[in-house]
Design a protein around this ligand. Structure first.
Ligand code: SF4
Length: 480
């Protein structure tokens, strides 16, 4: 536990982790440690992604063992196929998030149209559509295409990811958001909300709990950005801290939506914490009744957060608000993304934001990274957790101010969709950095082809074979 600062920069989280350790609770950090070292073949892209039934085949990165799969596939083909498979998964996830956009032809907004056209020309063809998803699936049915073709197709899917987001340009008003353990302070029945919960359920629950007192009933998110009325639901912690908060015993009930990690559900089981799945269509009154019952049966917990531990922000959702924030700024860095256990939670977002501001950059952020910055009272712009970076790029392009954008850094990637988003932004000719290692280091040829393709469109995708340190990211943003 003397290495606790390697897990999180938040002293309260550190104390909660010590408490969980004393109680013998196994949280995400213990599972992470037991997974080390993670699969080195897959990490390098040298574990075959084709899913053929003759495998799985792997290629020895040091040249001492197998250099080809059973079918003869070599390292370049394997790494390029893994890149395409990641991009395909990301495109499918994006298509599922924006179902309406899949039926229509991709129409680019005026500020991005010329960039998209130039990028698509480099990537073969003047348009991109969901037919590219099917084409990619065919390419991954059996090794036959060259690494060059696979890399090009991955870039097309990156552009499709952006194109699908372009079809859903929201113009919602700005929303306030608050974050921090202080939201759990005082006497209250506390319902933790995690995963994707339909907005209607949250609105109904808020109506049901409004005006309930002695004690009040409080809904808090465990890291997800959930619209609630004119604001976001208050966020008690970042996604990486969700299990830490659960282990404190301060919550009385969990409302779990799609995408809730199995580890969260298992921990709730061990803690005898009531979980209501939104999929079961429980009535709001029933949820509140069950939370009250759990509150009445509660045992004393030792976690007594300070009401001062609350950070506040205002999320710019509409292009006009993003424009108002970015107006007049001469050096802008977009810095955001999900928590990752590869790094001490909060370390990269906070250190990078401070360093960039010290170098006269204005910072706008999204996702868990933005929550860490708010927790530390850093003055940054807050963007929509999903499409915020793209909205900012569109606004800057429209006003001819893209040169002010010095880079877009993903401090963590949660899934293939976020990776494909990063790839698509680089394909649009932007400078993108990813702190999470990408599985491309098994083939220099694939990395070179990817770099050449992106450079031809004016873009850069900087990535590492290890979790990137703050100075490496800063070098990429400020000095290259
Ligand atoms: S596609 Fe080739 S390399 Fe991949 S698992 Fe099948 S036989 Fe092995």
């Amino acid at each position: 536990m003397e290495t606790i600062h390697f897990k999180t920069v938040d002293p309260v989280s550190q104390e909660l982790l010590r408490y969980a350790s004393r109680k013998g609770m196994c949280l995400n950090w213990e599972r992470y440690e037991k997974q080390q070292p993670q699969d080195g073949f897959l990490r390098l892209g040298l574990s075959c992604p084709y899913g053929c039934m003759q495998g799985p085949c792997r290629i020895d990165p040091f040249g001492r063992g197998a250099q080809n799969g059973i079918c003869g596939l070599d390292r370049d083909g394997m790494v390029a196929a893994l890149l395409l498979r990641l991009a395909l998964k990301g495109a499918l996830e994006t298509a599922a998030e924006y179902p309406g956009a899949c039926d229509a032809k991709i129409v680019w907004s005026a500020p991005l149209a010329s960039r998209a056209a130039a990028a698509l020309q480099q990537a073969g063809g003047d348009s991109v559509s969901h037919a590219d998803i099917l084409e990619s699936a065919l390419l991954l049915s059996r090794p036959s295409a060259t690494p060059e073709a696979l890399v090009r197709q991955a870039i097309r899917l990156g552009l499709l990811n952006i194109g699908l987001r372009e079809q859903r340009r929201a113009d919602a008003a700005a929303r306030d958001v608050c974050v921090g353990y202080g939201l759990l302070a005082g006497e209250a029945i506390r319902i933790g909300v995690t995963g994707r919960i339909p907005r209607a359920i949250i609105e109904t629950l808020l109506k049901e709990t409004a005006g309930l007192n002695h004690p009040e009933v409080r809904l808090v998110s465990l890291g997800d950005w959930i619209p609630a009325g004119e604001e976001f639901l208050p966020i008690a912690c970042t996604t990486g801290e969700a299990e830490t908060v659960l282990s404190s015993g301060i919550l009385n009930l969990i409302l779990a939506g799609d995408g809730t990690d199995p580890g969260i559900l298992a921990l709730c089981g061990k803690l005898n914490l009531t979980v209501v799945s939104h999929a079961k269509n429980a009535e709001a009154a029933e949820i509140v009744k069950r939370a009250r019952g759990a509150y009445d049966r509660r045992v004393e917990n030792t976690f007594t957060p300070d009401t001062a531990m609350i950070g506040k922000g205002r999320v710019s959702l509409a292009a006009t608000e993003v424009e108002a924030f970015l107006k007049g700024r001469s050096r802008i860095a977009l810095l955001g993304g999900a928590d990752t256990l590869f790094q001490s939670l909060g370390h990269l977002p906070v250190e990078l934001a401070k360093a960039l501001r010290g170098e006269d950059h204005d910072v706008a952020s999204w996702g868990d990274a933005a929550l860490w910055m708010m927790k530390q009272d850093l003055s940054v712009g807050i963007l929509d957790a999903e499409d915020g970076p793209l909205t900012a790029v569109r606004v800057l392009a429209e006003t001819g101010r893209l040169p002010a954008l010095k880079g877009i850094c993903f401090t963590g990637l949660r899934n293939a969709r976020e990776f494909t988003f990063a790839l698509g932004l680089a394909a649009l000719g932007l400078k993108v950095l990813v702190a999470t290692p990408l599985p491309l280091w098994g083939s220099e040829k694939v990395r070179t082809k990817l770099r050449e393709n992106l450079t031809a469109a004016g873009g850069v995708l900087t990535h590492f074979d290890h979790p990137a340190q703050a100075d490496e990211i800063l070098d990429g943003l400020l000095r290259s």
